[in-house]
Design a protein around this ligand. Structure first.
Ligand code: ADP
Length: 222
């Protein structure tokens, strides 16, 4: 309804009011979805899908969404997919997208100048948390930024639910402190691990690995 109202003839003042309640509605929806997701994971009811998808296409679409946000803040967004990364995978593309949107959204949110870099590469089985399994592959995603960074003593806490580095973060940047908690659970459901390295004032690097099935001649293996 707010969107329909937005399309009608409004005075400047009315526009301002509609803009505020539209964005309040969107924030509320995000918060409710995050709380629902977290409760589902914690109750053990979140199950991942296993469908065929095109990884290159997924990364491109995520970057298309994020590039608009980066442009608004005049920071550069770079996406690199290593040539050895298989394109045709089996897994849960919506949940993978959710993790990438969260990490890249944070990277842009907490960066005032410089760049955000998404790198996708093939992880060696040995480097990931489990051994090699036939018909599957490990992929590593890394999201680096040149933003405000995270103090060393807070690094371990950022994955806890409802946790933000300090209370001024909520006032300045908004958010609920749920995104990383959900991302961590989703990565674990994908068999992988998420880690963070960061230097205060220089930037952060969130990296996760995940296991996917490989599509073999159009047939799902995993
Ligand atoms: P939200 O972003 O909604 O607050 P998250 O769980 O995604 O919740 O992040 C938790 C906290 O971790 C953030 O509030 C912020 O303090 C810190 N954080 C996350 N990503 C970054 C980043 N790229 N740079 C600096 N701080 C970050």
């Amino acid at each position: 309804m707010a969107e329909l109202l937005w399309e009608t003839h409004l005075t400047m003042e009315q526009r301002q009011y509609v803009r505020i309640f539209r964005s309040a509605g969107e924030n509320l929806l995000t918060l409710i979805n995050d709380i629902l997701d977290l409760s589902k994971v914690e109750a053990g009811h979140l199950e991942l899908e296993s469908v065929h998808f095109d990884l290159g296409d997924l990364v491109e679409k995520v970057c298309d969404i994020m590039v608009l946000k980066a442009e608004q803040k005049k920071i550069e967004l770079v996406c690199r997919v290593a040539p050895e990364v298989p394109q045709w995978l089996v897994g849960d593309p919506l949940r993978l997208r959710q993790i990438l949107l969260n990490l890249m959204g944070n990277a842009i949110k907490f960066t005032e100048e410089g760049e955000v870099l998404l790198e996708v590469s093939r992880a060696e089985a040995g480097q990931a948390s489990e051994g090699k399994e036939e018909g599957t592959c490990w992929i590593r995603f890394s999201v680096k930024d040149t933003g405000i960074g995270i103090p060393a003593d807070k690094l371990a806490k950022v994955f806890d639910s409802f946790t933000q580095v300090d209370s001024s973060v909520t006032r300045k940047y908004g958010g609920s402190g749920l995104g990383l908690a959900i991302s961590q659970r989703l990565v674990e459901l994908m068999g992988g691990r998420i880690t963070v390295q960061s230097e205060l004032g220089r930037g952060s690097d969130f990296t996760f690995t995940a296991r996917f099935g490989l599509q073999i001649s159009g047939e799902a293996v995993a």
